[in-house]
Write a protein that binds this ligand. Structure first.
Ligand SMILES: [Zn+2]
Ligand SMILES: [Zn+2]
Length: 312
């Protein structure tokens, strides 16, 4: 399907510690009727209520096992069970995901009415959904940590209506069959003509792409390998440039480094997240990133939603 809506809800944009206005990391991506969570920090449920996202989650991807990225899962699975969920839920993550899910099962003492599965991912692992794929890549965070790329399948090329008519295809149902990739046969003065979709369809167009780094130091080769040309790059920007040493020491990035990464992968929009609790605003973050990246830079507040539209 090519016309699905694609929405990104920033449910938690704080780094490490919550603040009165920012929750720990949680990004909800809704594509059509699918809902995926990327990290699920403490308080995620209330953010989901405030953003009116509902609690139905199809899969959870955790970037790494620092508590600010997973503490919200405990409450969320209880609520889904309370609400009568019976569909299994898979939690994806780097090394230690099986232990985490074992712990989740143990702590819920068999109270959950649905099954929780665990799947360990590493760089290059991918998970297939209808119409798109989520691929993991290695982040640089001093421990097993992943970023994720959500990329849609290519869309069919544009249909050349004039060309179809000039080939003798009457407007109507045959147009649709060609657009769906079917070869059609026409009768013209008693002679059969075959028309292939490639004669009337342009080259396939790229689907939309979102990259989320999770916690990471500045630009990594895995990001440049897996994260090229995203519509949206959501990047660790824990610090502004005054704390560049601290960023490196704690395996985080500055907003300027996020800007460099966005330029390196040719992002359309850069979203700065995981903002340290020491900052009361993100003015310096946005300024720093803009010095390195000429595209669109945003520092979303908690509960902001952006819709990713097709660029062509
Ligand atoms: Zn973190
Ligand atoms: Zn971390």
């Amino acid at each position: 399907m090519s016309g699905e809506t694609l929405q990104v809800y920033f449910l938690g944009t704080a780094g490490a510690l919550p603040t009165p206005v920012r929750n720990p990391p949680c990004i909800l991506i809704r594509r059509g009727t699918d809902t995926l969570l990327f990290d699920c920090g403490e308080g995620a449920q209330q953010q989901m209520m405030r953003a009116r996202c509902g609690f139905t989650v199809d899969a959870i991807f955790v970037t790494h096992w620092h508590a600010d990225h997973f503490l919200g899962i405990f409450g969320l699975v209880q609520t889904m069970s309370f609400n009568g969920r019976t569909d299994p839920l898979t939690i994806y993550g780097p090394f230690w995901v099986h232990e985490f899910v074992d712990c989740l099962r143990l702590l819920s003492k068999g109270n959950l009415k649905f099954e929780i599965q665990s799947a360990e991912l590493s760089q290059g692992s991918w998970v297939r959904f209808t119409g798109y794929t989520v691929t993991a890549f290695a982040a640089n965070h001093g421990m097993p940590a992943l970023g994720y790329v959500l990329e849609e399948d290519p869309r069919p090329g544009r249909f050349d209506r004039d060309r179809a008519v000039s080939l003798g295809v009457p407007p109507g149902p045959l147009f649709g069959r060609l657009q769906r990739g079917e070869t059609i046969t026409l009768q013209k003065e008693g002679i059969e003509h075959t028309i292939h979709p490639s004669e009337v369809m342009g080259v396939p167009r790229k689907g939309r792409k979102i990259v989320y780094t999770g916690d990471t130091r500045n630009i990594t080769t895995s990001l440049t390998e897996y994260g090229q040309d995203p519509d949206l790059l959501i990047h660790d920007a824990t610090y502004d440039e005054t704390e560049v040493k601290r960023a490196s020491e704690f395996y985080h990035a500055t907003a300027a480094q996020a800007g460099e990464a966005a330029a390196a992968v040719n992002a359309h929009t850069l979203a700065l997240v995981h903002i340290s609790s020491r900052y009361t605003d993100t003015v310096s973050h946005v300024k720093d990133a803009k010095e390195k990246f000429s595209g669109n830079v945003i520092a979303p507040k908690d509960l902001e939603m952006i819709e990713i539209t097709f660029r062509d």
